[in-house]
Design a protein around this ligand. Sequence first.
Ligand code: OSB
Ligand code: MG
Length: 379
Amino acid sequence: MSDKSFSVRKVTLHRMVMRLKSPFTTSFGTFDVKEFFVVEIEDETGVIGFGESAAFSSPWYSEETVETNKHIMEQFLIPLLMESPIHHPDEVSQRFSSIRRNNMAKSALEGAVWDLFAKRNDSPLYKELGGKKKQIEVGISIGVQPTAKQLVKVVEGFVNEGYKRMKVKIKPGADYEMLKEVRRHFPNILLMADANSAYTLDDIDILKKLDELDLMMIEQPLAHDDIIDHAKLQSQIVTPICLDESIHSFEDARKAVELGSCKIINIKIGRVGGITESKKIHDYCAEHGVPVWCGGMLEAGIGRAHNVALTTLPQFVMPGDTAGSSRYWEQDIIDPEVIVENGVIQVPNKPGIGYEVNRQALEKYRVDQTVFTNENLLA
Ligand code: OSB
Ligand code: MG
């Protein structure tokens, strides 16, 4: 072939189940295992790329689940991906645009294409994205704790580990008083709260009270699909609002910024449908002076590596949720694992996502596997 296009000849969906080291509680429920797909794709020359699906087992955070990811990838997206050659990963989201939403399914495949593309160029993914940082600063997300005392103890542990920013999950009844205790013990840390949509404008009094605590931001206080009430709330509180659940695309981000619904955006690659869309949101926010940071979906190593690469872009000016592998897993599926020292991850310089997939660990946590080739798609 004269141009640099490539064809996806084989797709393997590795279905994975990994137990979290400790359960993680949000306002909508508790996670103790992560089920997901490792997507492995291969081109006509045998180069391999990896992606990871982000959806959870239950549709609590968004409407997608592990099963809907499987359905949409198998029935719709994989055939589209294998249909014709790809010149650049930016084409993938365009090719998937006939399928409405299902962003996490799209992103799992698109991420594998980005890794494969970078490996074909013998270049690190972060460089292909235009990232410049050699290291990234990260914070940690702490689940809802039973008591303020326990929360303070957990925060203390992560402060001592060097994490740059503490995010605490809140819900009605576990909010102001608990955060006040944290602030009292740690007057100078970067502290923020994530409500995962647990409040409404009827809770305005408690949300206003949080202004006393010098929080860096409050993430997604109101409904998962709202940008109107968030704009009303932002006009009445000092603490910057950061949107997570409400932002599924560049267009959502543009509208939220125009309306004044938020001052900061949490970008999750899966939630917005991939790296190309993440970059578009990033670029828009850079132009408009809106800080962004990289959110997390309790990813295993492959998804985590994609997050590290994305975070090297310049407008990721605040520490993200990409903690080290050991915060989540007894053993991760990449080698080396993602390591955080003094709240910093060194960005790997190897081609593609920059970490090797540990085949032994992959097999250990794999519960099922499906292979797609052009032949069995046509059959
Ligand atoms: O809202 O960012 C969120 C975990 C599960 C579902 C939603 C969220 C989270 C986190 C943890 O905050 C992020 C991480 O550590 O990967
Ligand atoms: Mg969140």
